[in-house]
Design a protein around this ligand. Structure first.
Ligand SMILES: Cc1cc2nc3c(=O)[nH]c(=O)nc-3n(C[C@H](O)[C@H](O)[C@H](O)COP(=O)(O)O)c2cc1C
Length: 250
């Protein structure tokens, strides 16, 4: 374990209290892809990662590990490596999903705004304030259930960030450079990089998330039939967004 004097003083620093409120945070933690240039102080990183590491896992085995990359030379190389593939990935997806067609031709449409946000995100990936690689130490053969011991910790990370005024987004951008990233950061072969998360101070606001109506997502004792209480509260905003159905998913 390496500790400098500023980090050892964190041992005496209690966890923060926050003003967001748990339920409110659940409803309005958006995917944040635009960040200010502010670095994330060590104390905030400690508090966010502390929340992440408090997540549940099967038998409390805690297979999650977090590689936190800020501004070291290796961090910069990792951000650039993943950022370059993100630029390629987005260029293909933008063309494939026809982001500039249909409502995308209108610069004020949600589709156009999303495309601009994504372009800004990938173009600036190399300088995100923090790039976090949530990793899973595999202790048995891969199974569809294994993520259940990993992704709650990732959500804790995002909600911990939200509580402290930060924001982030999960991505799969590391996929095509996983081998290079593992070599760069000495990540063992049997460790699975479960996703990437970028974090920073949001440029702009979180806001309430939009999802499908509850009745499409919550069923009673017959598949597809919502119970009577599955009614969205007043003011709920909806979307069925996702990739266009007519083109192959990338
Ligand atoms: C498993 C998973 C993979 C994702 N992959 C990406 C990605 O590769 N790039 C990206 O920009 N966002 C990615 N996201 C973020 C989603 O697009 C985002 O959470 C979703 O659109 C909801 O956004 P909202 O909460 O702001 O409404 C991913 C999210 C999840 C949970």
């Amino acid at each position: 374990m390496t500790q400098d004097s500023s980090s050892s003083s964190l041992a005496h620093q209690a966890s923060p209290t926050d003003s967001v409120g748990l339920y409110e945070g659940l409803l309005n933690t958006r995917a944040i892809r635009r960040y200010t240039n502010d670095p994330i102080p060590d104390q905030a990183l400690r508090d966010i990662l502390f929340a992440a590491t408090r997540a549940p896992s099967g038998s409390n085995r805690q297979p999650f590990r977090f590689v936190v990359l800020t501004n070291s030379e290796r961090a910069k190389r990792a951000k650039k490596l993943i950022g370059d593939t993100a630029i390629e990935f987005w260029a293909k997806k933008k063309a494939n999903d026809q982001y500039d067609k249909g409502s995308g031709a209108d610069p004020d449409s949600p589709k156009s705004r999303m495309a601009r946000t994504m372009q800004h995100y990938v173009d600036n990936f190399y300088r995100v304030p923090a790039l976090i690689l949530p990793c899973m130490v595999r202790y048995r053969e891969p199974s569809p259930m294994e993520g259940a011991s990993m992704y709650p910790a990732v959500q804790n990370l995002l909600l911990g960030a939200r509580a402290l005024g930060y924001g982030g987004v999960i991505t799969g951008f590391h996929g095509s450079v996983e081998a290079e990233i593992k070599e760069l950061l000495s990540i063992p072969d049997d460790v699975f990089i479960s996703c990437t998360v970028t974090l920073g101070k949001p440029e702009g606001q979180h806001g309430s998330v939009r999802r499908r109506p509850m009745e499409e997502l919550v069923f009673g004792d017959s598949w597809g039939e919502a119970p009577g209480w599955a009614i969205d509260p007043p003011g709920t905003r909806f979307t069925s967004a996702g990739p266009p159905k007519s083109v192959p998913v990338v």
